[in-house]
Design a protein around this ligand. Structure first.
Ligand code: FES
Length: 239
């Protein structure tokens, strides 16, 4: 296999001159330069899948808005991370995420600890621009410690990636299409009967919403540990 040589690229983000390696993404360089880009499916330490589209940016000369978490940098590109067009599109994306499932914050165990809720505050989204689908999926509460409620899932796939890439179990996957897509264990077995799940809880810790949560705890106690990936990776380097 011929490997592409990593080269240094210079370009602009919001008019600021920045540099990075050709295998880095726009989001990585923005973060290195303290330029904030809103994200949702992205989680440092996991692979990037570009599923939520919250991190969209404009690149001069292109009509398209592109996800910064999966787009590699290019020499001379001019990136804009904040504009009226980007904001309008983010609002629409967020509205669609809210309307696809049943996100009633007041009765959610992750109320106050939810990244979807945080995004709506960030964008000052007061109502959804899309009618609610009122999805009704069966809740899987078979596991002794954890619950899978697909009604609150935004299909970011963080749980699948952490289980596969960090825990090495690959107990989770996606099943179905479109609005019917949901997270399953093994071949769609109840969580308690999954042979590959190690019950480590990493999927629960990285879930951005209340789709995966711990049993028998209140909203105040339901603290997610979304930094767990970096903590584990740093510990591995030290060993
Ligand atoms: Fe980039 Fe989700 S954070 S597409």
């Amino acid at each position: 296999m011929i490997r592409e040589k990593v080269r240094v690229k210079s370009f602009k983000i919001n008019g600021i001159d920045v540099t990075g390696a050709s295998n880095q993404t726009i989001l990585e360089i923005a973060q290195e330069n303290n330029i904030e880009i809103s994200t949702l499916c992205y989680l440092k330490g996991l692979s990037c899948v570009g599923s939520c589209r919250m991190c969209i940016v404009e690149v001069k000369g292109s009509d398209k808005l592109i996800p910064s978490c999966t787009s590699k940098i290019k020499e001379g590109m001019e990136v804009t991370t904040d504009s009226a067009r980007i904001k309008a599109n983010r609002e629409m994306i967020l509205s669609m995420l809210f309307s696809e499932r049943t996100h009633t914050c007041s009765v959610c165990v992750s109320n106050g600890n939810c990244e979807l809720q945080d995004k709506s505050t960030e964008l000052r989204l007061e109502h959804s621009q899309v009618p609610y689908g009122h999805a009704r999926f069966e809740i899987d509460a078979s596991h002794k410690n954890f619950v899978n409620d697909p009604n609150r899932c935004i299909l970011c796939s963080r749980c699948i990636r952490v289980c596969d890439e960090i825990e090495g179990a690959h107990a989770l996957d996606l099943m179905g299409r479109g609005m019917d897509t949901r997270i399953i264990h093994d071949m769609d077995e109840p969580w308690a009967e999954s042979l590959s799940c190690t019950s480590c809880g990493k999927c629960v810790y990285v879930c951005p919403t209340g789709a995966l949560y711990e049993k028998d705890i209140s909203a105040e106690e339901a603290e997610k540990k979304r930094n767990i990936i970096m903590e584990l990776l740093e510990r591995k380097v030290e060993q």
